[in-house]
Design a protein. Sequence first.
Length: 301
Amino acid sequence: MFSFLLLVAACTAPSNSTDDSAAPQTDSGTDSGTDTDSSTDSGDDTGTAAPYTGAAAGPWTVSTTTMQVDGDAVTLYIPNSPAESTSLAVVSHGFARGPSNHITTATRLSSWGFIVATPALPSYTDHEANGKYIAQTLVPAMHTAYDAASDGKVVLIGHSAGGLASIVAAALVTNAGYVGLDAVDMSDVGNSYANSVTSPALLLAGDPSRCNSDGNSAGWADMVGGEHWLVSVSDATHCDFESETDSLCDNLCGDSDTARQDLIQTYAVAWALQQTRGNASSYLAGGSQAEADRSAGRLSW
């Protein structure tokens, strides 16, 4: 379990604020247009939602902004895409980690047409409360601010304990999809909520280890009521499921690998797209790319 990080990563604690406003506010340090410091050029702004190719950069440019949610600033990644090709997503970090561990994942997802929130989860140890925060505070704030610029669908993605918080949220949010990035259950919280999840669920799993509690979230695949797929990523460590990881994680949980990180992000984005726009079937079980990755030994299910 990733709890070892609590003693050495306390500096990642979410900041507190007394501002209770939920209105979106543009970060004065970023630009909602083409500021090269805050935007990633992903291709043609006038493109439409073509079939997913697995590319790291989708058809739309991405800019960042912040939104005040329950008194805290949440970073958002905004694609320059039309509303009919835009959905909402939340990417939640693991225990004692933070939003900065998922910048590449969030940017990649946004370049394929998602308005992506990367919150600093409010509690270190109450993962049920974190899930309720996502479902009852963050997602409603995103709907209020961005439904006019999206189709209203939301995909909940989380790593480690963030995957636990996200499965709690998935049980409470309608019109949602779920992606677990080597999720970890704690105190059977996930088991108690998984039976109530009717959203399509993808569980991407690394090799069993102490950092993922020996893969103890795998059982959720037999509990969720909707479409689901449990996929093992060959030789993946817990750190591979972050996009910006660090030596602390590598030392505690095994070395990360850029090729495995790319593969994990590819399938997370594919699942999100398939559940919202249905254009990534090649990356589902039975699809040509998924079968090729299985034949090559990169994935198993």
